[in-house]
Design a protein around this ligand. Structure first.
Ligand code: ATP
Length: 287
């Protein structure tokens, strides 16, 4: 085999709680992760010369050793003493620095892609153990689907997939630093926490409407108070008929859950018309 093509799907957080800030500065989280059908595409080829080359269709991400694809490929090639080089073309669709795990899912696709390309036959569980070294969300991105994520994001429990719906995903044109958001949350002083366990019960009961109403993201306290556009997008989605809308991760991406396709389309149009976000997608849950 000379080439593999992998889809690297984005995630949203149906619920996100920060349980506490540990003494070592890390934050313990309790999040419901959900893969969505919005993806980057990685084409990975073997090359005669050793080394790792990355090309991409966008200008705002590094193509050197700072790219998570590079870090992952280096780890795999070194660990399995692979002499050949690789060339990766990344077709980026997932908004960058958006709270959708774009870099982490590219890393996950590199792990599984190289496993296939070099016929390494490494079980997913082993890939997931290696993946923590690249980033806390990378093991989840290898697993995909619906999952409870705890610890610093690396303790994963699969959950039942929610019933299908129509999603609108909108990334406003602002930059949010994940580090800043966590630092300004003051996690150990929070008076209220999202009820993630109640959300899990609704998922098990396949009651998407109830789960939607229970959705909360504690990081909105920081990001949404700083950037009013987040509430504006949420309100627009809800006025168009969304069961609920929420910010994903540390933001600034917002998603809305719609029962009716025409309402989702209407929300997408209105968000674009009001210039609330340049990147707006209609999507769906994925396994
Ligand atoms: P998360 O949801 O995990 O916080 P994110 O969506 O906020 O992730 P990314 O899209 O992963 O953020 O990008 C954050 C930064 O990581 C980018 O600004 C970029 O410099 C760097 N980066 C490294 N590799 C990649 C990659 N393959 N794709 C996108 N960004 C990358």
């Amino acid at each position: 085999m000379q080439q593999v093509i992998r889809k690297a799907r984005a995630k949203i957080n149906l619920g996100l709680d920060v349980v506490k800030r540990r003494e070592d500065g890390y934050h313990e989280v309790k999040m419901i992760m959900q893969t969505v059908d919005l993806y980057d595409e990685l084409t990975i080829c073997k090359t005669e010369q050793p080394g790792i080359q990355i090309t991409t269709n966008v200008g705002d991400i590094p193509v050197n050793e700072d790219n998570l694809i590079y870090k992952t490929a280096k780890l795999m090639l070194d660990k399995y003493s692979i002499q050949q080089g690789i060339a990766v073309h990344l077709k980026k669709v997932i908004p960058v620095a958006a709270g959708m795990a774009g870099g982490s899912t590219d890393a996950a696709a590199t792990f599984t892609g190289l496993n296939q390309l070099f016929d390494l036959k490494i079980p997913d569980e082993e890939l997931m153990k290696m993946a923590v070294k690249i980033g806390a969300d990378v093991p989840y991105c290898i697993m995909g689907g619906t999952a409870l994520s705890e610890g610093i994001g690396e303790i994963l429990t699969p959950l039942p997939n929610p019933p299908q719906c129509h999603l609108v995903i909108a990334k406003p044109d602002i930059y949010v630093s994940t580090k800043y958001v966590y630092e300004n949350l003051h996690a150990n002083e929070l008076k209220h926490h999202p009820d993630i366990d109640a959300m899990i019960e609704s998922l098990r009961a396949k009651d998407l409407r109830k789960m939607s109403q229970q959705m909360e993201n504690v990081l909105e306290l920081v990001t949404a108070s700083e950037y009013p556009i987040i509430e504006e997008i949420k309100d627009t989605m809800k006025k168009c008929g969304a069961w609920n809308a929420l910010m994903s991760g540390s933001g600034p991406t917002v998603f809305g859950i719609f029962d009716r396709e025409e309402d989702a389309n209407k929300a997408k149009e209105l968000i674009a018309q009001k210039k609330l976000a340049k990147q707006v997608f209609i999507s769906a849950f994925s396994n």
